[in-house]
Design a protein around this ligand. Structure first.
Ligand code: AMP
Ligand code: MG
Length: 417
């Protein structure tokens, strides 16, 4: 019997980070950057106005105030998207819009709110700025100017390799003129449900049959990680069908094959026989609850993890073994910090490492965990209700109320109703 940590270590040994591929920026959300990004340009690219107003020389407005207004001649008009090369001299100003480049000579901008806000003229040939503008406040050089490179400078390391790209990252890359990025190729994960009893979700029930939960739940778990699914569907406990499904995974060039069911004692002959003809398979007892039986092997050179059939066991063993394997292929960290929660009721375990389904509540900064009730490994509703997995360590059989234990919080749990 392996401990969870021993089993995980053995599994992780066979995985390495996948090669990189170049993709358009617009497809980058959630992908893992395979290269560091260093800026080659300034952001913003030029000195520009942060307000709609007038660009001028601060020395001209040094003594301006409401009591001592100062009037300048307006000699240019600079909407956003244009650049003016008219040099601003003492006594002059240019009307300027937010984001427009500061004209040569000017060193600051006065917001329109601090002027007499003179109306421009509109003629058949377009809009013209007013002839003069009157200022009601003093200014310093640099006021209301966003300087070239004040956000990002050439040479700045913007994003490190291994980062999962977020919306703001894509925005920064676009701003810097980086239209493509090198990202880690998405892991391709083939998913197979085995068992004579399985029907698809759209098939009517007939006596003795149940609908295949695991294909759907495991595929979603894989997609949620930013990996790709190769759906193999279901296979009855028949050697030729299991073989052909595994061959399909080889043809699809899977990076990992996940199966569920058929790994408990007595039932696994078919999967085992199929695996042995295409690769190798080993059955492990892992000291955990739920999900003690686990199979691990390879189909050709593709790693294979055989998860237990009970839907809760399948999902929890996915969390414990498949998720880290997929993260390793993605080049992501394997050391995710756990949170800590306090139990509210006495709980029992059997000495195996137990992943208990819990609901979570925040109470003045503390996290409180409450069991979802039934902890049967077949009860998918206990996973539906769960907001996290409370981890009762090996050897602990009695957990009195008030015990602090590590908890793995599910993502987006705040979104449920
Ligand atoms: P096994 O690992 O084949 O002994 O299956 C354990 C339990 O999980 C049995 O009750 C199976 O019917 C059930 N089971 C196996 N595969 C699935 C599946 N894909 N969806 C729902 N239940 C399953
Ligand atoms: Mg079975």
């Amino acid at each position: 019997m392996y401990s969870v940590d021993e089993a995980l270590e053995k599994i992780l040994q066979v995985f390495t980070v996948l090669p990189a591929e170049r993709i358009p920026l617009a497809q980058g959300l959630g992908r893992i950057l395979a290269e560091p990004i260093t800026a080659r340009e300034n952001l913003p690219p030029f000195d520009n106005s942060s307000m709609d107003g007038y660009a001028l020389i601060a020395a001209d407005a040094a003594h301006a105030s409401a009591q001592n207004p100062i009037t300048l001649k307006v000699v240019a008009d600079i909407p956003a998207g244009t650049a003016s090369d008219r040099v601003i001299s003492r006594g002059e100003a240019a009307r300027i819009m937010t984001g427009a480049p500061l004209p040569p000579g000017a060193d600051c901008v006065i917001p329109i709110e601090n002027t007499d806000n003179p109306p421009g003229q509109f003629t058949e040939s377009g809009a013209f700025p007013p002839a003069t503008v009157t200022l009601f406040r003093a200014l310093q050089p640099g006021d209301y100017v966003r300087f070239a490179g004040e956000d990002i400078r050439p040479g700045d390391l913007i994003l490190k390799a291994g980062r999962r790209l977020r919306p703001a990252d894509l925005g920064a890359l676009a701003g810097l003129g980086v239209p493509q990025v090198q990202v880690v190729r998405r892991p391709r994960v083939a998913i197979l449900s085995t068992g004579d009893e399985l029907l698809r979700a759209d098939q009517p029930l007939v006596p003795g049959k149940i609908r295949d939960i695991n294909s759907y739940a495991l595929a979603a778990s894989v997609l949620d990680m930013g990996a790709q699914v190769i759906p193999l569907g279901t296979a009855p406990d028949q050697l030729n069908v299991v073989l052909s499904k595994l061959e399909e995974a080889i043809r699809a060039d899977a990076d990992l094959i996940l199966s569920s069911a058929g790994v408990s004692v007595g039932a696994y002959d078919v999967v085992k026989t199929a695996m042995e003809s295409l690769g190798a398979l080993d059955f492990w007892k892992v000291n955990m609850r739920p999900g003690r039986p686990l199979a691990f092997g390879r189909v050709g050179s593709i790693p294979f993890i055989g998860l237990p059939g009970n839907p809760v066991s399948a999902l929890i063993t996915f969390e414990v073994f498949a998720r880290p394997a997929i993260r390793k292929m993605q080049g992501l960290s394997l050391h995710l910090p756990l949170d800590e929660a306090e139990t509210t009721e006495d709980m029992a375990s059997d000495g195996r490492r137990t992943y208990a389904r819990v609901r979570l509540e925040r109470d003045q900064g503390r996290l409180i965990a409450r069991s979802t009730g039934t902890q049967s490994s077949g009860a998918i509703h206990s996973m539906v209700q769960a907001q996290g997995l409370l981890i009762i360590p090996e050897g602990m059989k009695y957990v009195p109320a008030g015990t602090k234990l590590p908890v793995r919080i599910f993502e987006h749990f705040e979104d449920e109703t």
